[in-house]
Ligand binder design. Structure first.
Ligand SMILES: C[S@@+](CC[C@H](N)C(=O)[O-])C[C@H]1O[C@@H](n2cnc3c(N)ncnc32)[C@H](O)[C@@H]1O
Length: 232
């Protein structure tokens, strides 16, 4: 029989991480910045699935089909809620999908109709898989979204499980607000078991007005997400 042992170091770090995200995240004083660099270094070593990683890691993971599970029925509700929000709130929208991955949101949403769809992802492997979806109003490009500067305006910008991969998510949100048309909306989907994701969402809610929000809970897998629509 295998015995289950808790790693005390891992537990200690989880507590530290929780304290950081609850009390220090988003603060700009010296102590908070120091704390953040310690937590970030540890998260990167552990390859947690909700922290910034290099483009090489994304390429390896997409080549290894690691993200194929996003196509499964377990994830369907998340895409459906976001697609529903876009089509209900901004029919025929110009959409910017940041961290679009292999275009699953696009596939679920495209039947609703749109004027312009731009997907941006750091992974060339993921973008290459979207070659057959491109046309005059549908584009997918490889870029680091933290450095990317949009040259057009959008009705809706979506961060579908992607904002917490930014090194500076709050700065990222601020930058993309400038790429919205008047009365444009930003939709952020956040995996509920990510302390980092939840801390980012908490900070966003302090800074931007929430138009609507849906909690999604998939019973068989026990996975849940929060989809928040921000007006700026
Ligand atoms: C969890 S996956 C979600 C993919 C897609 N939004 C979906 O839900 O199907 C996160 C995505 O964000 C992308 N990503 C991570 N950091 C990024 C960055 N700095 N710029 C652009 N894309 C990034 C990854 O390559 C990956 O495709």
């Amino acid at each position: 029989m295998s015995s289950f042992r808790l790693d005390p170091k891992y537990l200690a770090f989880q507590v530290t991480q929780e304290v950081f995200y609850q009390l220090f995240y988003g603060r700009n004083d010296r102590l908070a910045r120091k704390f953040e660099s310690i937590v970030a270094a540890w998260e990167t070593r552990r390859r947690r699935s909700d922290v910034p990683v290099s483009s090489t890691i994304w390429e390896t993971e997409y080549s290894g089909e690691k993200w194929n599970f996003l196509e499964s029925i377990n994830e369907l509700s998340r895409y459906s809620v976001i697609a529903g929000y876009i089509s209900y709130l901004k029919p025929q929208a110009a959409v910017l999908d940041i961290g679009c991955g292999e275009g699953i949101l696009f596939d679920r949403y495209q039947g609703h109709g749109y004027s312009n769809y731009l997907g941006v992802d750091i992974s060339q492997v993921a973008i290459d898989r979207l070659a057959d979806r491109q046309d005059a109003k549908t584009r997918f490009i490889q870029a680091d979204a933290e450095a990317f500067e949009p040259t057009e305006l959008f009705d809706v910008i979506v961060f579908n499980e992607s904002l917490y991969y930014f090194h500076r998510p709050l700065m990222g949100m601020k930058k993309y607000c400038h790429a919205l048309k008047p009365n444009g909306l930003i939709i952020v989907s956040t995996f509920n078991t990510s302390s980092r994701g939840k801390a980012i969402l908490r900070k966003l809610k302090e800074q931007y007005r929430v138009l609507d929000e849906t909690e999604i809970s998939h019973r068989p897998s026990s996975m849940s997400w929060t989809c928040t629509v921000f007006k700026t």
